[in-house]
Design a protein around this ligand. Sequence first.
Ligand code: CA
Length: 415
Amino acid sequence: MKSWLNIAADTDFSMYNFPFGIYQIDHQKPRLASIVGDYVIDLAAMNALGFFHELNIAEGVFENNYLNDFIALGKKTTNRVRAILIDTFNNENSGLAVNEEYQKLILKNYRDVKMLMPVKVGNYTDFYSSIQHATNVGIMFRDPKNALLPNYKHIPIGYHGRASSITVSGTNFHRPKGQTKPADVELPLFGPTKQLDFELEMAFITGKTTKLGESIATQEAEDFIFGMVLFNDWSARDMQTWEYVPLGPFLAKNFCSSVSPWVVTLEALEPFRVQGEIQEPEVLPYLKYAGAKNIDINLSVSIATQTGVEKQISLSNYKYMYWNMNQQLAHHTVNGCNIEVGDMYASGTISGNDESAYGSMLELTWRGTKPIQMPDGSERKFINDYDTVIMKGYAAKGDIKVGFGEVKAMVLPAI
Ligand code: CA
């Protein structure tokens, strides 16, 4: 699909994508945006100029700090907005193509804008749905012969995380402090984590509410999922090891998580659906599903040092998930737990079978025993101060490419 605009052939933000986000220019009020190629599209300006007039959307929806009100309009409306965008940028006689004044009002160079947190996250859940990750962690911390716990193939394991500390890409943070208890000391210590790690994840965002007591079936889950972002679930491994028994991660996880700014719609990802792994033993009826529910999304992780030396350290793929989003959402709500617009559900660390596809330093360096050599001669067991971790993701099939851009953040020294 072509555009009358000049768009690079390999851009993440192709004519097949049109994700949604929140942007700011200078110190003006945040506004809803989409993006094609290098052009950020001001949706508030498009609405004011009548491009979406058939939908009668209030101005306040587009001049907004978050996407939540827009998402809450429902897929019928948001998909129509996306269809209008595709047509507007495809049709060389569209109201925008033929009007340079409109182009000045609507199109911004992505280098000139600041991207903000796309949604107000009410609730955040983190799953644990990559079987290779769960196996690796089981081998390292428990029993190499029985790495997976008995519940793993029956329950999409997850925990409720912290929504307040989810930040948009580019938000740097200080190394967290907390309790650790190395094996060779008797009493716990307090101080900055010595084992700061990333977790390569993706997250989906719900676009509809349910009432308390209602459940979502696997076959209707897509109606409730608006889109996806890249997600870095920063983790302090030494704190985690000491605190996680018996209730799971707490301060080792809640100090910061980072997300990519553009929410890619589930509809844009449809061409990249693939079959998931056959689940054996058979799952309970409420977790059964039909069709191809995994998605083939190429993922990468790089570390950039303070001096700008960068190394790609992992190449993974979202298709490696054992549990798909439909099952995660069905499980999350099977007890009547209600969901809200803007809730975020992360996948869990996404590791492939090959060790080059592991999604955390914990696994890549095998708990620090196999350090990663950096191009400047330094080595990494975990993440150093002033390191920037960069995650990227894109799906591609034939001529169609749909990408997420990146999520990155730099670790600052503890304060
Ligand atoms: Ca995680």
